[in-house]
Ligand binder design. Structure first.
Ligand code: PMP
Length: 394
């Protein structure tokens, strides 16, 4: 049997509590912040719908209208005949929102990162990338064939050393998540801007977990820190705070012209359905104008961190909606997640290779729609399970 190896490999993954399995779930009508799984309504602490927009009636209505006028699919890639009017309107609005020369919409964040990185660098170039950057960045570097110089997480001395070591490279690109997806902590963006200037490198940021959440109009962390004009390539997703799907890349007009000519996922893949674009445009308006959602989310994130710490857990600093609790052992993380489900909470166990060996964890993701009471009850339940499983000392 030529495929027998697969069954064997899967068995060994299962033996190490590392096999991943798909599980059905559905939204709960009229109860944002909850999810239906195995017939049970669970408080959803496992979604990236940070601002609670995935069920927003105005977004759904905009999508329905576009579906009726523009049809289901776009029919071709954008360079062929898929470039529908909603693209131009959305990209103009995105460039205005990000205060950049131009914007380009991508099918999703994964394709944005792989497409942009492989369009910017190639053989003879070096990408300097934080060790905890998202897998789509890692894959983009592999696809580009540039040398991958990974620096220890947020270790600026290590990065400085690598930049010096590769000072002769043709092009240099520093790339970082702004909020790290499995830890919820922030990149040292001021320092990265400084190093980029000193070493003549391009700087790309992935605002997947900060777009819509930080900044006066939800522009992201770089805007809230006042350094957006020092960033060469801004990338973010519509799959998280925007409650939808798709991604953006913002920068100079030249950058966007270059990507239209060189980003292979953009050139060789079918354009997003027009209804998605209409939904994103509506979502962007809400993200820009409804700052209360951001305020509530950030306050809840700070409070939830404090509650977990008071309960004896260690977690990352800051106010991002990603709050990890490190368990260590893979099987223990799975058990923790199963106990949470028993108690009415959906929260995923994140295991290697998504996170380094020995750092399996529960990643709690918060949403602006969660109430203080719900989070208090969740924190108390998490503590009880932590004690029961010996994750917390008695
Ligand atoms: N970058 C980061 C930091 C992410 O967390 C993710 C999503 N998990 C992506 C990129 C990919 O985005 P998408 O889900 O839109 O493909």
């Amino acid at each position: 049997m030529t495929m027998k190896w697969m069954e064997q490999e899967l068995q060994s993954l299962a033996g190490e509590a590392l096999e991943r399995k798909l599980r059905d779930s559905a939204p709960v009508s009229g109860r944002p912040g909850y999810i239906l799984r195995d017939g049970q309504e669970l408080l959803n602490l496992s979604s990236n719908d940070y601002l609670g927009l995935a069920q927003h009636p105005a977004i759904i209505e905009a999508m329905r209208t576009a579906l009726l006028t523009e049809g289901a699919g776009s029919g071709a890639s954008r360079l062929v005949t898929g470039n529908r009017t909603p693209y131009r309107e959305l990209e103009d609005a995105l460039a205005d929102w990000q205060q950049c020369g131009a914007a380009l919409v991508a099918a999703n964040g994964y394709m944005a990162n792989t497409g942009v990185i492989s369009a910017l660098v190639g053989r003879g170039d070096v990408v300097f990338s934080d060790r905890l950057n998202h897998a789509s960045i890692v894959d983009g570097v592999a696809l580009s064939r540039a040398e991958h110089a990974r620096y220890r997480h947020n270790d600026m001395e290590h990065l400085r050393h690598l930049l010096h070591k590769h000072r002769g490279a043709r092009r240099k690109l520093i790339v970082t998540d702004t909020i790290f997806s499995m830890d919820g902590d922030q990149a040292l963006l001021h320092e990265l801007v400084q190093l980029k200037g000193q070493h003549g490198a391009m700087l790309m940021v992935d605002e997947a977990h900060s777009g819509g959440i930080y900044g006066g109009n939800g522009e992201g962390l770089c805007h809230s820190l006042g350094i957006h004009s020092d960033i060469d390539i801004h990338m973010g997703t519509f799959s998280k705070a925007f409650g939808l799907y798709g991604a953006y890349v913002c920068g100079s007009e030249t950058l966007v012209r270059w990507l239209v000519n060189r980003a292979r996922p953009f050139i060789y893949s079918t354009a997003l359905p027009p209804s998605i674009l209409a939904g994103i445009s509506q979502s962007l308006e809400i993200v820009r104008s409804e700052s209360d959602r951001r305020r509530l989310l950030l306050a809840a994130s700070r409070k939830f961190r404090t509650m977990l710490r008071d309960g004896g857990f260690q977690t990352s600093d800051g106010d991002s909606p990603i709050v990890p609790v490190i368990v260590g052992d893979n099987a223990a993380a799975l058990r923790f997640s199963a106990e949470l489900q028993e108690a009415g909470i959906a929260a995923v166990a994140i295991r290697p290779p998504t996170v380094p060996e020995g750092t399996a964890r529960i990643r709690f993701s918060l949403s602006a729609v969660h109430t203080e009471r719900e989070l208090e009850q969740a924190a108390s339940c998490i503590r009880s399970i932590g004690l029961k499983l010996g994750v917390l000392p008695l």
